[in-house]
Design a binder for this molecule. Structure first.
Ligand SMILES: C[S@@+](CC[C@H](N)C(=O)[O-])C[C@H]1O[C@@H](n2cnc3c(N)ncnc32)[C@H](O)[C@@H]1O
Length: 189
């Protein structure tokens, strides 16, 4: 299973089924190589808006270049900062709430594998962003237990999902034959 594609497909079909009348606002907590940000920029349409964050300048540069090549840079704020500060960048766009949030955790593929998402800041970002999501919105988290430092964060995210599951429907996807499989969680608010 290609988890990043799966996340995008699930989000697209959910948003199309909800058919929100309001401009769609989306958040990408880990812009990385820009694939999810570009996906969101297309999905929100010309009235919508995306806020994309990454800790690394390199990732923001790559993402911005991809958006410019697509002609979609005008509907995206690309922010180089830790996603635990997400509220400060999202609030100006979220008077009607946030509709979609994506977190693809871990490190930048082809980049520095020592710069990884970390338990404390990931949990802070998830809690803050989840609190902004409207009814019938969606949040995806793709978590990787297999790299150094990944299992600690993965366990914390799993525990957070268990809490959220008390009041939201969750879908999860993993490769059952692989103990260290990435896990995709979808939270339907
Ligand atoms: C797996 S990559 C994201 C892939 C991306 N969604 C894409 O479509 O290409 C994870 C990214 O998280 C970023 N990251 C790590 N810690 C972060 C933090 N505290 N805040 C924001 N981004 C962070 C890394 O720099 C890396 O680019």
């Amino acid at each position: 299973m290609h988890f990043t594609v799966e996340a995008q497909n699930k989000i697209r079909s959910h948003i199309e089924s909800v058919r929100t009348p309001l401009p769609i606002v989306a958040f990408d907590g880990t812009a990385g190589n820009g694939f999810d940000t570009c996906f969101l920029a297309e999905l929100v349409g010309k009235e919508g808006h995306v806020v994309a964050m990454d800790l690394q300048r390199e990732a923001i540069h790559i993402t911005r270049n991809k958006l410019e090549a697509l002609g979609r840079a005008d509907r995206v704020d690309c922010i180089c900062d830790c996603h635990s500060h997400a509220l400060r960048y999202l609030q100006p766009h979220c008077s009607n709430g946030l509709h979609i949030a994506m977190f693809n955790l871990g490190y930048l593929p082809l980049g520095n594998k020592e710069i990884i998402t970390k338990r404390e800041t990931t949990l802070a970002a998830l809690a803050a962003v989840h609190g902004l999501i409207v009814e019938k919105g969606i949040l995806s988290v793709l978590s990787y237990p297999g790299h150094a430092g990944g299992s600690d964060e993965h366990a914390a995210v799993e525990a957070w999902i268990e809490q959220v599951q008390r009041h939201s429907r969750i879908e999860s996807y993993r490769d059952e034959s692989n103990r260290l499989s990435p896990v995709l969680w979808l939270v339907f608010t």
